[in-house]
Design a protein around this ligand. Sequence first.
Ligand code: CA
Length: 219
Amino acid sequence: MRLLIVEDEDRLARQLAAAFEACGYAVDLAFDGETADFRLETERYDAAILDLGLPKIDGLVVLQRCRSAANPVPILVLTARGSWHQKVEGIDAGADDYVVKPFQVEEVMARVRALIRRAAGQLQNELRHGALTLDPRTAKVTLDSAPVRLTSHEYRVLSYLMHHRERIVSQTELIEHIYAQSFERGSNTIEVFIGRLRRKLGPASIETVRGLGYRIGVP
Ligand code: CA
């Protein structure tokens, strides 16, 4: 899962990024509204965290532009303490949820997980397919209740497929959702990750749909 964090307080932005990265997310950072606007227009995210008080372009304007461009990315807004009108404005402008500053990082993470889960049409926190489970809270994967060790990229591929199981996911879509912007991307690496996942999870765990992509779970 790929996340955009928009926050002009450097320390806070990096603290959030580190927490999400430790749980298997690919994270892009933007420190002003202009960069956020550009990233939202050009990249695909599974969710965005958006501070409202931003340099260059106000967070509320970024949000409005994003929605008027019909971008459905789930957005969690960070609002100033006690500013109820900011919350109302944010939600009216198309935010899916909000957190008031100062906040606990765990709360932000739980809310982002819920947004991603809902957007993917999943009801449970823990994702299951047959004997395979994936828990986005801990980034842990088990097969027949035994833990499976995955690299961060293997985990991201599996997490994306598990969130969208029973649907064919193309290689391009996977690439868009598992790498941070700064990362050198290569299309053949997806095949490598899928191959390694099959070795760890069983050859039938991930289906290749010729010319279209990959799928977990037969419809
Ligand atoms: Ca701010």
